[in-house]
Design a protein around this ligand. Structure first.
Ligand code: ANZ
Ligand code: ZN
Length: 819
């Protein structure tokens, strides 16, 4: 995943890109054609905030940051193809956001709609649900309002089914991420049910969506969302209802908020009719009913639904049991058991009594359908993706507003709509809206005066397809060209779990849209996904008399027993456990300082050694020092070996100790290849090379044969570590006498013979004449020795197609085949 150019790399970046670099270098050594690209997620809010703080235009701030961070990535030695680098704020890139937006508009996959959004009155912008914390804007702390704003939406719901179904085939993705996406898409199979009513002399229907049609006979009220048209109409003559609707307007629109807030409501005094019994059912307005889900209305079944129960309990509405589990007693206080009791059967439900969940659902759906008061329905939780942001530093939405013609798409030959970069936001809304040279334009349709759209696109648009663009640098006539077919999909994608839903879901959607437009041949963007764990550090703090908390940099805290600590000022500080490295906790470690103090390779080695990539990584100064010590030992070992002079080719006869070292060398090749290439357990790969080096250090070479085996062990150690610590290995590879650069060297091959413990060379005769030599385990039994002998190529040739009459085995010496 590409970084946001925030200013400098943090340890999370270092970890992410080290993992990717190790995998890339490994596959390159295996002879694969590897593309490891890098780019910059360069639009977004922090650039605007920085601009407000110090008056630098966001573009300059962003590009300065990119220059600095590129230097850091280079210093870390990542093998990146910089010729493909780009930033998403470049018009050459974002023109294709605009182009695809217009294509999607043509296809009906983009539409405009006015809907309720979270509005930050201080920053004057829409906030995403994730940016509303406890009802306040994440940056300003201002109470968020609901506002009706016209926005552009991408119809991701049109792909809900495929996005869900295709998760089953993404077996290179962590199960957890697939589950999170499935839950986010949220497929529900249920029934849409109408409650008829008569208002102002008109016969109408109130629709609800339920996944528990089997409980229809237990309905004691219906609840509609505050924004529901019926609520609005009933509030006209009802001040209590009107006041309640007003109250609901303040406060967020997120599902999490609705789920946790106290259930509240107001009676409208109006009733609808039960679709099957015709009984009157009172209509309430409830704050727990989402306008954006299902029908914006629910049937209240307090006997079997938690929220309905809380609501009915609060307003003394009747609670009726309609599902029973054999042998169990219904107890209103334990409604949960009943809510969950899908394996129960209907009771108090007239002709449906005795039917189970599925039977009752089918029968009730059929009865409703016969009366045109209901039908089965699949409902998704997934909403269309609102991409409009009242933000300056983003990709302009290519629309022109004309009083005569309405919203007119910018013609393709006028793309890109270039964002003017010399504006600096001052906190009072979007400066684009005040930039006449940008806003004023001619209508492409009628030629009259018109205004350009000043909203920009959500930055998740930029990141939905950037990885594709790496395949086709410089393509000026298409988003991606035929080169994309060679490289895509991405074989290995790496990033934090925080992107499990939005970024990855949008990218999957975008890929499918491009595929359906004939621009791509792939269905999914990322074959394998690795979600790397967070980098943690200790948290140390002190609380002053007023209860204000100050955090102390762990590097300056002297720690004692039982989690005690003393800060540099000599005063005690409290231990706050381990937490994600962050500015707010003052517990970040700056990779730049580390690189300068220990070197890039030590930083790389530590990050890969301290934990498997999916797990959290606990920062430890001692750990990095350990990494440095190991690299020094490796360096010294090679230097001492090389100082003895060049090594002659390996003779056949080896001592037991030398044979054992060779065996370990080749076992290490096998293990490290598996750890890096398949298991992604880089830590155990490194541990195996460390053990190999231990053996080398203990080994006393007596002759040339011994030195040859050491040479092989050291060559191997350097090759196996090269993806992880490339700088040191480059140097050592040369020192070991190799002409080329280690980056161009091939991954070592396992010699299966070397893997066998204590082997014997055996002579093989055919009809008494020497025809071959084979190596067998010293403890191999007769049958195994015989088989190995018969399998030898040369021996086979002399046997030809004659039947083998007898095989004589002289243990440890020879085999004679009689034909
Ligand atoms: C009656 C009922 C009885 C329900 C029962 C549940 C249990 P999922 O699975 O998430 O799709 N619901 C429907 N529309 C809603 C809305 N706009 N806002 C809030 N809640 C809504 O959930 C479907 C269930 O969520 C529906 O089934 C409905 O409550 C509620 F024993 O209907 B149920
Ligand atoms: Zn016009």
């Amino acid at each position: 995943m590409l970084p946001y150019p925030s200013g400098k790399l943090h340890m999370g970046h270092v970890r992410n890109y080290t993992i990717g670099d190790v995998i890339s270098r490994y596959h390159r050594m295996r002879g694969r054609n590897v593309l490891q690209p890098m780019g910059w997620d360069a639009f977004g809010l922090p650039a605007e905030n920085a601009a407000m703080e110090n008056g630098i235009p966001p573009g300059r701030w962003t590009r300065d940051n990119i220059d600095y961070m590129r230097g850091q990535l280079q210093a870390l030695g990542f093998g990146i193809d910089w010729s493909r680098e780009f930033a998403t704020c470049e018009p050459d890139y974002y023109r294709w956001n605009q182009w695809l937006f217009l294509k999607m508009l043509e296809q009906g996959l983009v539409y405009q709609k006015t809907g309720a959004v979270n509005w930050d009155p201080v920053d004057q912008t829409v906030l995403a649900n994730e940016q509303v914390i406890d009802g306040r804007g994440w940056r300003t702390g201002a109470l968020v309002e609901k506002r009706d704003i016209p926005m552009y939406y991408m119809r991701i719901t049109a792909y809900a089914d495929e996005l869900l179904a295709a998760l089953d085939d993404l077996d290179g993705w962590p199960e957890r991420v697939r589950t999170m996406q499935a839950n986010w898409i949220g497929k529900s199979e249920g029934v849409r049910i109408a409650f008829p009513y008569t208002l102002d002399g008109h016969d109408e229907k109130l629709w609800v969506f339920t996944t528990r049609a089997d409980t229809l006979m237990g309905v004691t009220f219906v609840a509609v969302a505050a924004e529901h048209p019926l609520a609005q109409r009933l509030a006209e003559g009802n001040p209590d209802a009107a006041a309640f609707i007003e109250k609901c307007r303040a406060g967020g629109v997120t599902e999490a908020e609705l789920a946790t807030q106290e259930k509240e409501g107001v009676s409208t005094g109006f009733s609808v009719r039960h679709p099957l019994t015709g009984e009157d059912v009172p209509v309430w307005i409830g704050n727990y009913v989402l306008m954006g889900y299902g029908e914006g209305a629910v049937m209240g079944v307090p006997g079997h639904d938690e929220r309905d129960f809380a609501f009915a309990h609060k307003y003394a509405l009747p609670i009726r049991q309609v599902v029973a589990v054999k042998g169990e007693q219904y107890d209103a206080a334990e409604w949960q058991a009943w809510y969950a009791a899908k394996d129960g059967a209907c009771v108090n439900s007239g002709r449906y009594d005795g039917l189970g969940f599925q039977g009752a659902t089918d029968a009730i759906a059929a009865a409703l359908e016969a009366k045109a008061l209901g039908e089965k329905r699949v409902q998704y939780r997934l909403r269309d993706w609102g991409i409009s942001r009242q933000r300056y530093w983003g990709c302009p939405i290519p629309i022109i507003h004309c009083e005569q013609c309405g919203a007119v798409p910018v013609p393709e030959d006028q793309l890109p709509v270039v964002l003017p970069e010399d504006l600096a936001p001052d906190g009072s809304g979007n400066p684009l809206a005040r930039c006449d040279s940008f806003v004023n334009c001619d209508c492409p349709r009628c030629g009259g005066r018109a205004r350009r759209e000043t909203d920009t696109m959500d930055t998740f648009v930029d990141s939905s397809w950037y990885y594709m663009r790496y395949t086709s640098p410089g393509s000026n006539s298409a988003m991606v060209d035929a080169r994309a077919d060679y490289w895509l999909p991405v074989d290995q994608y790496i990033g934090g779990i925080e992107h499990a839903i939005l970024h990855l879901l949008y990218s999957r959607f975008w890929t499918k849209v491009m595929r359906d437009l004939g621009l791509l041949k792939i269905d999914e963007p990322f074959t394998n996904l690795l979600t790397q764990g967070m980098v943690l550090n200790q948290i140390w703090f002190r609380r002053d008399a007023e209860g204000r908390v100050t955090y102390y940099d762990p590097a300056g805290v002297k720690t004692g027993a039982n989690d005690t600590g003393v800060a540099a000022d000599g005063q005690p500080v409290e231990f706050g456990g381990l937490g994600k490295m962050s500015k707010s906790k003052n517990n970040g470690v700056d990779p730049q300082t580390l690189m300068q103090r220990y070197g890039a390779d030590a930083v790389r080695l530590f990050t890969m050694f301290a934990a498997p990539p999916e797990q959290t990584l606990e920062w430890s100064e001692a750990g990095v020092e350990g990494a440095v010590r190991f690299l020094k030992r490796l360096y010294r070992t090679v230097a001492e070996h090389v100082a003895q002079g060049p090594v002659e080719a390996r003779p056949r006869e080896l001592s037991d100790a030398a044979r054992e070292l060779r065996r370990q060398t080749h076992a290490t090749i096998a293990k490290v290849g598996d750890d890096i290439g398949r298991r992604y357990t880089f830590n155990t790969a490194i541990a195996a090379v460390m053990e190999l080096l231990n053996t080398v250090n203990r080994f006393e070479p007596l002759d040339d044969a011994d030195r040859a085996v050491i040479q092989e062990a050291l060559d191997t150690a350097v090759l196996l570590l090269a993806p992880i610590v490339p700088h040191v290995c480059h140097r050592l590879w040369r020192a070991l006498g190799h002409a080329g650069a280690v980056i161009d060297a091939r991954w070592p091959k396992v010699d299966p013979h070397a893997l066998q413990r204590d082997q014997l060379d055996i002579v093989v005769q055919v009809n008494g004449k020497l025809r071959g030599r084979v190596t067998v385990d010293a403890d191999a039994d007769r049958g195994a020795v015989e088989q190995t002998a018969l399998a030898d190529e040369n021996v086979q040739r002399f046997i030809g197609d004659k039947p083998v009459r007898r095989v004589v085995v002289v243990p440890g010496k020879l085999v004679n085949v009689v034909v």
